[in-house]
Write a protein of this length. Sequence first.
Length: 396
Amino acid sequence: SSTWRNVAQGPPVRITEAFKADSFDKKINLGVGAYRDDQGKPYVLPSVRKAEDKVIASRMNKEYAGITGVPEFTKAAAVLAYGKDSSALDRLAITQSISGTGALRIGGAFLARWFPGAKTIYVPQPSWANHAAVFKDSGLTVNKYNYYSKDTLGLNLEMMLGDINAAYPGSIFLFHACAHNPTGVDPTEEQWKKIEAAVKAKGHYAFFDMAYQGFASGDVDKDAFAVRYFVSQGHDICLAQSFAKNMGLYGERVGAFSVVCANQSEKARVDSQIKILVRPMYSNPPIHGARIAAEILNTPELYEQWLGEVKEMADRIITMRALLKENLEKLGSQHDWSHITNQIGMFAYTGLTPEQMDQLAKEHSVYATKDGRISVAGITSENVGRLAEAIFKVKG
Ligand code: PLP
């Protein structure tokens, strides 16, 4: 008998199988977590093309990066996240990572090994599905805090603050810095201030996941508000950054994990322990994508161009939200669809039930996740009309 006879069949990870199998030529895929242009095509940013051409033309060698990656990249990534005048920059331990997921994983492992309190991390309910898996596999216990209200289709601040207050003091809280996935619901700046105060009062530790900086509002500084505010209030946060969405570098796997330390000596110690964690996982990270990102972040002209392109992507998404709502209203839908335009970032949480999502797929060839989340990046000026009709037919 075979060695692997005990291996159980796991559930499928992707939702794209049914989409692929559908032969209807006007089928719509709203399941993907990647930006598409208005023709529904994958998009390589012109600033990325230019930076990549420069990287290739410079004929650099392919030697290994250090354990913590390409320094020109990590330095610039820190400035982008924390701000160029941030007090955190000189006391920041930072490492390049395998995109945002890898940053979360290093962070989980670092906390599991070194966090002085209970090794429990609270993630929002709901959250990106991978959060719980990443943190559990890193050795942390995963709990949930209330975040979203199904009644208002918005933030449930009261319940969220209640859960922050009720958690064992000194727990770890994971926050989506902006463009919350899957709900598209972000706290306002005033709400962040209340959240910060509650976190501080209970001595909790804040871990930020910033996978969409610039992608939410179109402004990289505005989207970094929560991260910078917590730092300004004295929190030694840690942060996972991804350049998958805001630079469209998905498959290049460009990210960073950083820990704000109290001082230089703490930074040196934390840095040494991050290296000890990374070395046996993958020795050192890939260099090509990090060189592209570094080229953009460190070349003023390219940086300006990139800021414009991030804003264009964010604006297209904001426009598609408005068009979807408008089309639903034109069809005569009596529901209040303002959550579609109030939400922000790549995803809209429609409030459709799993049954309605099933019906969208089976009867209208519109594919997304069962939780009612649709990727607004998959909506185009051409398919938005048909999408609105399909939603109107299943929901009214
Ligand atoms: N965090 C959140 C909330 C995300 O939505 C994603 C991607 O969808 C990630 C992290 C990590 O993505 P990546 O590993 O591609 O950077």
